[in-house]
Write a protein that binds this ligand. Structure first.
Ligand SMILES: [Zn+2]
Length: 121
C-alpha cells in the first residue's frame, strides 16, 4: 500500500511543530489574530495570517494574481488550525497594539517575543 501523502508540506509541518503560529488573544475582549512568527535569523518577517489571507508578498502575487496556491504561512495556519496546535498568547490592548505596530513597522515584533519568553519564567 502506498504511503499516504500529507496534504501539507514538510515546511508547514515544521512551522507548526516549532509553535510558530501564534494565536494572539486580547485580554480586554475582541477577536483573536494569528501571527506567523519568523525565525530570529534571516530576512523573513512576521505575518498576519488567516485561513484565506496573508500579508506576505507571495500571497499577493502568487495566491491572488497567480496560481491560487496558498503561501506557506496560510498552509501552516491551516495545519495548526486543523490540529488546534497554536501557541496561545494573551495580551492587554496596549501590548496588542504594540505588537501589530511592530509587525507593520519593523517586520518582526520584539514585544511578542518577550511575551512568549516570559511565559516560561
Ligand atoms: Zn504568507
Amino acid at each position: 500500500m502506498e504511503k499516504e501523502e500529507s496534504r501539507y508540506s514538510k515546511e508547514a509541518e515544521r512551522i507548526v511543530k516549532e509553535k510558530r503560529i501564534v494565536q494572539l488573544n486580547p485580554l480586554d475582549g475582541g477577536p483573536s489574530i494569528f501571527i506567523f512568527l519568523a525565525r530570529e535569523k534571516g530576512t523573513h518577517r512576521d505575518h498576519l495570517v488567516t485561513y484565506n489571507s496573508c500579508d506576505c508578498e507571495f500571497f499577493l502575487f502568487s495566491t491572488i494574481l497567480g496560481s491560487g496556491k496558498p503561501c506557506i504561512h496560510m498552509e501552516a495556519y491551516r495545519l495548526a488550525s486543523e490540529k488546534e496546535d497554536f501557541l496561545r498568547i494573551s495580551a492587554r490592548s496596549d501590548d496588542f497594539k504594540q505588537i501589530l505596530t511592530e509587525v507593520f513597522a519593523y517586520g518582526k515584533s520584539l514585544k511578542l517575543r518577550k511575551l512568549i519568553s516570559s511565559r516560561y519564567d
